[in-house]
Design a binder for this molecule. Structure first.
Ligand SMILES: [Zn+2]
Length: 558
């Protein structure tokens, strides 16, 4: 990543010996630099560091360390993550990276051995590699050792697609540092040598037309292009079976994929949306404010997406994306734009929202209504206010910070006291006529506010009610879209992105609910905006806006 510090900070124990092993033993499989040592890019290193992240509490079985032949060493239980998923655009070098990863799982020190003491080292000669490499551990660093009888499967949708990984893997197997220990055979790769159990020590390929070894206990699975595994082609269950096979051995798995189509419920999507915390998911979408449909923005998006993969030819990528745009814009945006695009089901056109931005000051004492959506540790929490004449804005603290909270910026938890202070500040500064607040997570606070400011002012408004929420979302959509509407807003950067992120997910009776396109792409401020506008509409309908005060009191003397 030129001219920029790496954004990745590894502040946890991990098997650094694995990427070091890869760099020593794997080569660049093709292109101008073919045959040179394979050096993982920063983002690839980040994926490896997370996949081989060791729990600080991991402990090796003392009997195993003492050489008891019956003792079985700790395997997957030593790792922080049970499996990994890498989502990256086309041509970022996923194939060679996956091939190197597979080679390491076949021959390298990918299991936790123990914590290093003084003068501990990984010595290639000790494990039958004559390359002469020695890796010296820092004291306290986790040490690795290899699987005694590795059995690895590559999963792909077709023979053609297997080649994404299998071809670079074959090139790596033939280079001097792996030659003799990775033997390319007809349809599989033999690991170590021809001796030993022929059903172990091998790398096999599994496709939907070649399921022969499926269900065997395995030590590692590389599931390539998992955005193409669907229920229809039966690969969703194949991938699950494979993962069960790995779990049975204490093995693990990795999925690599392009952005999936959220309409297909593929393996990639299921993994990405899973609530399980022990899956490492790598996904870095481009900045949300860039619009893939605009040629200039498209180039910026590509520059962002490929910034960490300098071998990628941006010129060629721009050209291929342009061609694909003509026939399948959504696919182009997924493949090269690295966005989880649903196709046409965006809730509101971002440009239409932006066109309503007319930022201005709202003086203290102004009558307003408000919307509040509270979260806990994942989604965001925020407040929006709206004046009688239809101006909606995100209130700010005296120091200028918007009253929006991303739990990530607060050690993973929304700062409840600060939110309470913010609400008190809003209530003090403005004449709040009505506040609609979504109760989950925040019912205690909402009850307190209702007690303080009146239960006709602070009202619980549950956003999970499909009918009401759909109507409110439609109301804002109409107010923003129709030409004679008075609706304007402050151009709040966060709300703008959340409005763009919001997607329509169909429900019965032609209704929809709003969804985020991915865990990382939030929509909370769009929901707050909807609640706020709903409150404004209801207050107007019920004629509850306070009468504007006369500018000057006229005292009539009689
Ligand atoms: Zn070696």
């Amino acid at each position: 990543m030129p001219a920029e510090a790496s954004p990745y900070v590894v502040n946890f124990p991990t098997l650094w010996v694995v990427p070091a092993w890869i760099q020593r033993h794997c080569i660049i499989p093709d292109g101008f630099r073919k045959g040179r040592p394979f050096r993982p890019y920063d983002w690839q290193l980040w994926c490896l560091a997370n996949h081989y992240r060791i729990k600080p509490t991991a402990k090796q079985d003392p009997d195993y360390l003492a050489g008891d032949p019956d003792a079985i060493p700790i395997r997957s239980a030593a790792f922080h993550n049970r499996r990994s998923q890498v989502i990256a655009p086309q041509k970022t070098g996923k194939g060679p990276k996956s091939a190197a990863w597979v080679a390491a799982e076949g021959l390298g020190p990918v299991l936790f051995l123990d914590w290093a003491g003084e003068n501990d080292a990984y010595v290639c000669e000790d494990v039958g590699c004559d390359c002469g490499w020695v890796y010296r551990y820092q004291p306290g660093e986790p040490m690795g050792h290899a699987w005694p009888t590795p059995l690895i499967q590559l999963l792909a949708t077709s023979e053609d697609q297997v080649d994404n990984i299998y071809r670079p893997l074959q090139a790596m197997a033939r280079n001097p540092r792996l030659r003799g220990r990775m033997l390319v055979r007809e349809g599989f790769i033999r690991l170590r040598d021809e001796g030993g159990d022929p059903d172990q020590n091998r790398i096999d390929v599994v496709t939907s037309s070649a399921l022969s070894r499926l269900g065997n206990p395995i030590t590692f699975a590389m599931q390539d292009e998992s955005q193409l595994y669907t229920k229809t082609n039966k690969l969703v269950s194949v991938a699950q079976t494979q993962r069960r096979g790995a779990a049975a051995m204490g093995g693990r798995s990795v999925e690599t994929t392009n952005c999936y189509n959220p309409a297909e419920n593929s393996t990639a999507q299921q993994t990405f949306e899973s609530s399980k915390k022990d899956i490492f998911r790598f996904y870095e979408p481009p900045p949300a404010e860039l619009d893939y449909r605009k040629a200039a923005d498209r180039k910026k998006i590509h520059a962002f997406n490929y910034r960490g993969s300098p071998h990628a030819d941006l010129h060629g990528i721009n050209a291929e994306a342009e061609e694909l745009m003509e026939t399948d814009a959504a696919q182009a945006e997924r493949f090269y734009g690295n966005r989880l695009v649903y196709g046409a089901s965006a809730w509101m056109e971002g440009d239409v929202w932006d066109a309503r931005a007319e930022p201005r000051e709202v003086p203290d004492g102004t009558a307003v209504v408000g919307g509040f959506d509270g979260s806990d540790s994942d989604d965001w929490t925020g407040i929006r206010l709206q004046t009688r004449d239809g101006y909606q804005f995100t209130p700010r603290f005296a120091d200028g910070r918007p009253m929006v909270w991303d739990p990530k910026q607060h050690k993973g938890q929304v700062p409840r006291l600060e939110v309470r202070d913010a609400m008190a500040d809003v209530m003090r500064r403005f004449k709040v006529v009505r506040l609609y607040a979504d109760p989950p997570w925040w019912s205690t606070e909402i009850d307190d506010w209702a007690e303080l400011h009146g239960d006709t002012v602070v009202i619980r408004w549950s956003t999970f009610r499909t009918t009401q929420m759909h109507a409110a979302a439609q109301r804002l959509l109409t107010d923003v879209g129709k030409s004679d509407s008075a609706f304007t807003h402050d151009g709040c950067d966060i709300t703008k992105v959340h409005v763009r992120n919001a997607r329509k997910s169909p429900r019965s009776n032609e209704r929809y609910v709003l969804e985020k396109p991915s865990q990382a792409q939030k929509i909370d401020m769009a929901v707050v905006s909807i609640l706020c506008n709903e409150a404004a509409g209801d207050v107007t309908h019920d004629q509850l806006w306070p009468k504007p005060k006369a500018r000057r009191k006229v005292v009539v003397m009689r």
